[in-house]
Ligand binder design. Sequence first.
Ligand code: GLU
Ligand code: MG
Length: 437
Amino acid sequence: MISNPLMFAAISDFSGVTRGKAFPLKDMEKRFRQGVGWTPTNVQITCFDTIADSPFGSFGDLILVPDADTAVTLDLEDGGPVERFVLGDILGLDGVPWSCCTRSILKQALKRLEDVAGLRLVAAFEHEFQTRNKIAGPGEAFGLASFGKHRQFGEAVMAALDIAGVKPDTFLKEYGTDQFEVTNGPDLGVTAADTAVKVRAVTRLVGERMGQPVTFVPIRDPAGVGNGVHVHMSFVDENGAPATYDPDAPWGMAKKTASFIAGILKYMDSIVALTAPSAISYMRLTPHRWSAAFNNLGYHDREAAVRICPVTSASADSAARQYNFEYRAADATASPYLVLAALVHAGAQGIEEGLAAPEVTEEDLSELSPAALAERGFVRLPQSLEEALGRLCANDLVARWIGHEAVETYVKHKRGELAHTAALNETERCALYETVY
Ligand code: GLU
Ligand code: MG
């Protein structure tokens, strides 16, 4: 068949969906400079392709400008077309970042962290997903036999990630029915979020091509296991030296690390609408699902909202380089750019406020009474998206970090999404979200 190869310029917007426009590859030089036209109201296209209440209406013009460093060219060598996409920023016609551009919002957050603390963020997103074809039976969790059945799929995903410039780390048959997990090495700053977008796109593509379509839906069945996105974070200083760890401090948390984590926990109930942003995300954020239900810090504890991860003497890397902490209350309905922006702003705020190291919990908080929780400064995280949006709106600080126009528009977007699912029961909602993510 004749073909004029196309490059797809993409963003991950408020819906967490990767959207964009394609142009002929031969025009790449021009398009990388000028971008492609974009429309403000596109940001109000919900994950269900409805248009939520838009402050922009039919007005306005923007440009989506690709960042050449993110370009992916992927030939799966299966006889199918070569996939080409590139991530970018949404700018005004004057070249100024647009208020609702998620990638620009993250860049501003990272700049704030550098300004207030001299720290640069290093991060990696860990993704769980399930195959849409129901293929598993009992005895599959972490099993060699079940892994063997999916080895070819796993090896194709890892090869494709490598080609896409992602550093594939592990691939596993997770605990849940038809559930897998893919992890990758860390990246600096905005690249970490670019990588998360690539991991989702590439895993999906390989799954489609192999007749094994996948879903990153936060929860597929109200009684089943969730698909989490866990965000690993650490810091380096201006010279690239590790700056997260202090061997002499409690739990190894350097002073700024402690304040950063304390900031995330202090503001967590106001930012969770940005990290777990769907109508079904809150079915996953319940006790005993190994996700997060309270704003607590745990040591090696997979029920804590933030977990200090292990370091091992068996690694060639020093403890200072391995040391990282993990935010567990995110899922793949969120744009990775907004997830990181919210975490970085909350953490930078914690550093600005000089917050003390948070208590490290080593117990099941769901067994404590509300009074005991309150006494120790713990809150139960919002239990629905409506509630989470309410807390986001109630905290003007978040709008000051992210921008008032962005937050107001985001809230309208999410309320439009909620209206679309209002008449459905939990099982129907999960099924609907599964068709999108
Ligand atoms: N599936 C869990 C989640 O929803 C995470 C399990 C794990 O610790 O890997 O976050
Ligand atoms: Mg996992």
